[in-house]
Design a protein around this ligand. Structure first.
Ligand code: GLU
Length: 442
């Protein structure tokens, strides 16, 4: 059965960069009727925060990316110990004692000699006595996985056929000196034991994938299908600024971006399919195909989210936005006509407040000298009593007969007098909602 996972480290909020990872894994699982696991990669006790775990769940909930179960790496340390023991028994695991400074020096030397900066495996030559001495002097070493120096190949769902020479990669450290398991091992153990069949992640993980394939094979697991999506760039192809690269979903939410707008964009951006607004998750799931994504960096423009949000809101019935309409101050009995009037004229729900302010308080009339007499005459013809959906057409007909004006010369001054602006909602829908009409007092 298809099983995918989204595996954030709870060291920060979900941002626009890792949203793609979450979404793609979610869509693959749902399309196949499989399982989507939320895996919390919290092996680093110093950097992992419970608040971030809650925030990640809250953000995924907001997006509607519901998981089937949660796994936490911090609760699976015994599994990682067992895997480490097996690698040791196989002779694929060795302790190394170089300090970061020593490693740095080695790298610099290699680079100077025009060689790739690959760990030289000096630790393999240490005798037991030498290791004891180093341990006594420096504490426990790190544990490195001994790669087989052969080519590592896989058919990547996005990048196509990949072939990496293992000799060009350093033996990965899987356990730190302080005993902390690193992601590279923990992830492999989890993917294998949890039956993960498909892994989509950013292309910054390609080298990890190569080493992980060898670890999976050493441990006798099934290698999942891997796909690596390209990294996001700014609208002009420039590297995403620090600010934009870590643009948190909660900030977009605070700016009024709607989840379906965000999902519609991110599920297509960088693929050969056009970005189209989808109204619900099932449409996104049906149309999703990871192989349609390209390897080239993907341009992301935050501004694209707002027209999509506006279009999404236009299609919503009142029942979906009742809370926001009430929060804007609209009384219950006006909620329906208010929403139908306003929804075509907002970008985000926070714009509702402005339209309700106009209805409640009226706008300062915008009337040119040449229109003043006309507007006064028109206002005299506006009934005092309750106005309804037909009032606008009845009134403007009467004004037309009385003044002889028609078309734009008739309608525009009235709009400007009533709303204080040249553009806005349909007047027929707006007029009955106006609680105060300052233009009456001109
Ligand atoms: N915790 C890892 C990360 O956030 C997971 C990577 C993976 O999907 O394997 O980079």
């Amino acid at each position: 059965m298809t099983t995918t996972r989204f595996a954030p480290s709870p060291t920060g909020y979900i941002h626009i960069g890792n949203l793609r990872t979450a979404l793609m894994n979610y869509l693959i699982a749902r399309k196949a009727g499989g399982t989507f696991i939320l895996r919390i990669d919290d092996t680093d006790p110093e950097r992992s925060k419970e608040d971030y775990v809650d925030a990640i769940k809250e953000d995924l909930d907001w997006l509607g990316l519901h998981w089937d179960r949660v796994e936490r790496q911090s609760e699976r340390l015994d599994r990682y110990h067992a895997a480490a023991d097996r690698l040791r028994e196989m002779g694929r695991f060795y302790e190394a004692f170089e300090t970061p400074t020593e490693l740095d020096l080695k790298r610099k030397k290699q680079l100077n000699m025009g060689k790739p900066p690959v760990y030289d495996r000096a630790a393999l030559a240490l005798s037991e006595a030498e290791k004891e001495a180093l341990r006594a002097e420096r504490g426990n070493g790190v544990w490195r996985f001994k790669l087989d120096h052969e080519r590592i190949d896989w058919a990547d769902g996005i990048l196509g056929d990949i072939s990496i020479d293992a000799a060009s990669v350093s033996d990965p450290v899987l356990i730190r000196g302080d005993g902390q398991f690193l992601y590279t091992l923990a992830s492999v153990v989890d993917d294998t034991e949890m039956g993960v069949t498909d892994v989509v992640r950013g292309s910054d993980h390609v080298t990890n994938t190569a080493t992980q394939i060898q670890i999976i094979e050493a441990l006798g697991g099934a290698v999942p299908r891997f796909a690596h999506h390209s990294l996001l760039t700014g609208p002009q192809g420039e590297a995403l600024s620090k600010r934009l690269g870590t643009l948190a979903l909660r900030d977009l939410r605070a700016e009024g971006v709607q989840p379906m707008a965000l999902l519609s964009l991110m599920a297509r951006l960088g693929s050969s399919d056009p970005v189209e607004l989808r109204n619900d998750m099932s449409e996104l799931i049906d149309g999703f195909d990871v192989t349609r994504f390209g390897a080239a960096p993907t341009k992301f423009d935050k501004d694209d989210l707002f027209p999509l949000t506006a279009r999404y809101l236009q299609g919503l019935p009142l029942s979906d936005v009742r809370g926001a309409v009430a929060a804007a101050g609209v009384p219950d009995d006006l909620a329906e006509p208010f929403w139908l009037m306003a929804r075509d004229n907002i970008t985000t729900l926070s714009d509702l407040e402005g339209w309700w302010g106009l209805c409640r308080d009226g706008a300062a009339p915008l009337v040119g000298d040449e229109d003043l007499a006309f507007v006064r005459e028109a206002m005299a013809l506006l009934p005092d009593g309750p106005l309804d959906g037909d009032s606008w057409s009845r009134w403007t007909s009467a004004v037309k007969t009385a003044t002889g004006r028609k078309g734009k010369a008739l309608f525009m001054p009235l709009r400007k007098a009533l709303t204080g602006r040249e553009r806005g909602p349909e007047m027929a829908a707006l007029l009955p909602l106006l609680q105060t009409i300052p233009a009456r007092d001109l």
